[in-house]
Design a protein around this ligand. Structure first.
Ligand code: BES
Ligand code: MN
Ligand code: MN
Length: 460
């Protein structure tokens, strides 16, 4: 392992340069205009996997964006670690709020600023470089397979089909993912849970055309006002979601489990200061950490209608729309929650408007085991490189494919992420610490080592 560390230190500048090159490719999966860029990012990942020594490296086309696959099988009898990540990124908008252009990465205060630097190009690239180092130092202890997709940020719509069609190819012992965050650079943690997602779009229609807000205003329902009220009514005074049966399948944690969660370091003062808010708001009876991990949510992600141009226009709009996300927790089902929402919204719409609910992509919540070899190996790896045992935490974000891997491949995932919640993922000025990037590359080979050792010692 010393050889790995030595070569890593020597390669720092080169490894940074290579990541910056990947970050210059605007692989925004949501925007059809960037399709060629997404394809270019896939080719870059392919080339780097080949350079590092992977075999059977291929870019698999899908109905959407391609999936890059590569592997190194050194011995069929040894365990196989399947590394999953995504090379696509979220749109950079609003671009004018970025301090430097999102696809012209800069290093400032020991951090790499660019869209995708943390989510997830920086974290995926750590795995490619860790593999590269293990190959060069001849220390790869087991088999590895890479599956790097280009549609995570748009719901992994085509990865499911790929997984179903390639079950043999993807066979392995565990899935290793770095696409989450830890508590702080000196407080390592490992995610053991992710929330699921239901995402819907609603449209509320009032009169058959836009109207003069003076001539008709006061006598005809304004769909924007109605939509706002319908949304507001979906939470009660305790910030409890009012959709009937919404909480039916929510798994309540025992007091012991909640006490354990509460041990994770958290400063409410620092949290408020970071976000520049005077007060927090959430469901009564739960802590901030609980509200963002073990409790479901309902939030408007975007709302529009009427006039939003310069100056004022007096208009009573015909239509209003909103995009709404619901984060789900075990054992809620995204299909069931989407149906509950749709029924509720349609049923409770007042008679003076028509409503339409369209379901977007969703995903199931997951908890990953803490008593597995894989968790133990990741814990040992982080303890080795951080000098501190990582704390198991549950995250509020979603990686819907994790539940699908379990269902289709019968494989569990380990969420060993190296980002920070303050890295501004999905937001202007996204960044990733050089410390985190280097630490990740250093830690991954230890995961490989410990996982291989633990796997062989538990075999009879
Ligand atoms: N990497 C994130 C998820 C994440 C971030 C998990 C931080 C835990 C901590 C992932 O790329 C993501 O953004 N997922 C989407 C879901 C998807 C269906 C669009 C999300 O959570 O909004
Ligand atoms: Mn991600
Ligand atoms: Mn993301």
């Amino acid at each position: 392992m010393e050889a790995v560390k030595e070569l890593l230190d020597k390669s720092k500048q080169q490894f940074l340069d290579e990541l910056l090159e990947l970050l210059r490719i605007p692989s925004v999966s949501a925007d059809p205009k960037h399709k060629p860029d997404v394809a270019r990012a896939a080719e870059y990942v392919k080339k780097k996997l080949i350079d590092a020594g992977a075999d059977k490296v291929e870019v698999f086309p899908t109905k959407g964006h391609p999936i890059v696959y590569g592997e190194k099988i050194i011995d069929e009898k040894l365990p196989t670690i399947v590394v999953y990540g995504h090379y696509d990124v979220q749109p950079a908008d609003p671009i004018n709020l970025w301090t430097s252009p999102p696809f012209e990465p800069v290093i400032k205060d020991e951090k790499i600023y660019a869209r995708g630097s943390c989510d997830d190009k920086g974290q995926v690239y750590m795995h490619i470089k860790a593999f590269d180092l293990m190959m060069k130092t001849k220390t790869l202890p087991c088999n590895v397979k890479f599956m790097v997709e280009g549609e995570e940020e748009v719901g992994s719509a085509n990865l499911g089909d790929f997984v179903k069609a390639n079950k043999d190819k993807l066979k392995g012992s565990v899935i290793l993912i770095s696409d989450t965050s830890m508590i702080a650079n000196d407080i390592p943690s490992i995610d053991v849970g992710l929330r699921g997602l239901s995402y819907v779009e609603v449209e509320v229609t009032g009169p058959n055309r836009d109207l003069h807000s003076g001539v008709y205003g006061g006598a005809v329902a304004n769909p924007l006002n109605i939509l706002c009220k319908m949304i507001a009514d979906m939470k009660d005074e305790n910030n409890h979601i009012t959709i009937p049966n919404f909480y039916d399948d929510v798994q309540e944690l025992s007091q012991a489990e909640r006490d354990e969660m509460a041990k994770a370091p958290f400063s409410l003062e620092a949290y408020k200061k970071d976000l520049d808010i005077k007060e927090i708001l959430g469901e009564t009876g739960y802590s901030t950490l609980e509200r963002t991990s073990i409790r479901p949510t309902l939030d408007v992600n975007g709302i529009w209608g009427g006039y939003i141009g310069e100056g004022s226009k007096t208009v009573l709009p015909s239509k209003a729309s909103a995009k709404i996300s619901m984060r789900l927790v075990p054992n809620q089902s995204s299909e069931k929650i989407t149906a509950l929402f749709k029924n509720y919204f349609e049923k409770f719409a007042p008679p003076y408007v028509k409503v339409k609910v369209t379901a977007h992509h969703g995903g199931e919540p997951v908890v990953t085991p803490t008593d597995s070899i894989a968790f133990k190996a990741s814990s040992m790896a982080m303890e080795k490189t951080f000098g501190k045992k990582p704390i198991p935490t549950r995250s509020g974000g979603s990686i819907p494919i994790v539940a699908l891997f379990e269902k289709e491949l019968g494989m569990k995932s380990v969420l060993m992420g190296f980002g920070l919640d303050s890295d501004n993922i999905h937001s202007p000025d996204e960044h990733y610490g050089i410390f985190n990037y280097m630490k990740g590359i250093e830690t991954i080979p230890y995961f490989f080592k410990y996982f291989t050792e633990l796997s062989s010692s538990t075999k009879v």
